[in-house]
Design a protein around this ligand. Sequence first.
Ligand code: ZN
Length: 430
Amino acid sequence: MKLIQQAQIITKGNATEAMDVLFDETQIIKIAKHIDPALAEEVIAAEHKVLLPGLIDVHAHLREPGYAHKETIKSGTAAAAHGGFTTIMAMPNVIPYPDNTETMRAYLEKIKQDALVHVLPYACITKAEASKELSDMEGLSAMGIHAFSDDGVGVATADMMQCAMRKCREVDGIIVAHTEDMRYRLPKACMHEGIRSKELGLTGIPSACEYVQLQRDLKLAAETGCRYHVCHMSAQESVEALRKAKAEGLDVSGEVTAHHLLLNETAVENPNHKMNPPLRREEDRQALIQGLLDGTIDMIANDHAPHSEEEKSRGMEQAPFGIVALETAFPLLYTRFVAQEKIFTLEQLVTWMSEAAAKRFRMERKGALKEGYAADFILVDLDSVKRIDKQEFYSMGKNTPFDGVACKGFVVKTFVDGICVYDNREGLLK
Ligand SMILES: [Zn+2]
């Protein structure tokens, strides 16, 4: 057994209390004010740092197999450990697509070999995310995969989505949707259609591109009774649609990314501000914050989307969409919204980045510091200020708009199943 001594644990809001935590590789055994150190083979001094449940991200792109020049399972999960994420859900837009049991089995094997944190892969909703034919939801469900997504693209037609939701309901799964109606996206569109796209003379993506398909999906979720989760909400209208659906009692949820909470369209300067969905108006950003605060939006997810430097140097129109986020999300959100603006409490932020995902995606014994829960947790330094340095990323992707930003809240140690996999003095330990 191991013992962390005198770690600050959140009691309520921003309040913390010093506690000892005894654990082994299977679980947290005891949390108390004082635990006899003679019980443990190893004693770790928390040095007044805050102990949080390991962060959980339901939206990460690990790129492997298929795009290992952008990221690998090894580098992406190293980035997760560095950023405090102990469980991540990997999006299925890789090659070969995990849309059948055979490729899923090989994918799981690769994850088992290479991952430094827990990785739960999504399976595709439709074969090769092509919106033509359903994936083998039954077979995939039988092997323990319950979350289905075609992230990267929307499911193109209502009848295909209806079919997917019916099958998904049958296997008691959850549909996780990137909503994007391509009829609203012109060729070369690369940022939000608004004041900034006009200034830059670039083609914009209107908010309707997202919310029209979300409205469609919510109607289908009502009709089929399927559990449904919408990815990376960016528009005010999307928040309103989800709020209404929840008021009607639908089993639906939503996520927002750190970048959509932190930035609006006026920030757009270069391809490191190019992501899909795009940064939208200030009114949209405010609606997303309000959505989190009133419970319309359930959780914060990363949409960690690494690309090579060469790919991101192709200019706004040609560069691929997406930015990296696993190594910056917590410090950025903590610094801005908890420490500076005081809009969120530490407890709220941690709930949105851990427990909310565990509950919605039915991860057992995860998302909280409780006796009997998995020994997945992180020690965080909420006081020292440091600048984000993309050269320190473990991710192969350096495509961030936040390089050089001064933050608090960097991770000191990350424990996965009771084992320290990252330490800020020694680096990766696994
Ligand atoms: Zn997406």
